[in-house]
Design a binder for this molecule. Structure first.
Ligand SMILES: [Zn+2]
Length: 217
């Protein structure tokens, strides 16, 4: 696959330019597990430890996933006509499916919840999730596929999965070359924020003016 090294290098560059704008959140962390990041080999290839906050990891993993998805789209368009037709049909169906709040987001936000966690006792007026599908129109009816067509489609899906696996491996190998840059940026831009947050939390727990004998003397 030509150009994977270059694409990975560019994506890491973009992530490094984005990282200085990232600020540690004081909001409650998400409670649902992220399907994109959990167990991702990209996180291991990038050298992310468990203490690197999820949004920081998610932004890089999303950009790496986009490289794999683009490569698979390319391969499918060139080599897998049956699957390509199914994907075009699905895309047309989606266009008729009305408003999709998660569409068109930049990679830093793709795959995350579109709405923040509600606070107990303070319901939202509306959520973006509830608006999904507004403006939808009915899907077009389709002819059922023959057994041969189904088997041929399954074969093309296997080929596309194989392309995703081999591209994913190439992306991870290419990413290994950037571990040092990534580690340096995390150490410089992320770790001080974690340290500051932790020391704030400790200050809140036992401030110097709020000791047990405060006010007695
Ligand atoms: Zn994630």
């Amino acid at each position: 696959m030509d150009g994977i090294d270059g694409r990975v290098r560019n994506a890491v560059d973009v992530w490094l330019r984005w990282l200085p704008r990232w600020q540690i959140g004081t909001a409650r962390p998400r409670t649902r597990i992220c399907r994109r990041c959990t167990g991702s080999p990209v996180a291991a290839a990038a050298g992310f430890g468990p203490d690197v906050p999820h949004p920081v990891q998610h932004a890089l993993i999303g950009r790496m996933s986009a490289i794999v998805e683009d490569a698979v789209d390319d391969y499918t368009a060139k080599n897998l006509p049956l699957l390509q037709r199914e994907l075009e049909r699905a895309a047309a169906h989606k266009r008729r499916a009305g408003y999709q709040p998660a569409d068109g987001l930049s990679p830093e936000f793709q795959g995350l919840d579109v709405d923040p966690q509600p606070e107990p006792g303070e319901p939202f007026l509306f959520t973006l999730g509830e608006l999904a599908g507004t403006g939808a129109s009915a899907p077009e009816p389709r002819e059922p596929l023959s057994e041969e067509a189904k088997a041929a489609l399954r074969h093309e899906i296997e080929l596309s999965d194989e392309c995703a696996r081999s591209t994913g491996t190439a992306v991870c190998l290419a990413l290994l070359d950037h571990r040092e840059r990534i580690a340096e940026a995390v150490e410089r831009l992320v770790e001080p924020q974690i340290a500051a947050l932790v020391s704030d939390m400790f200050r809140g727990l036992d401030g110097p003016d709020e000791g047990p004998r405060g006010g007695l003397f």
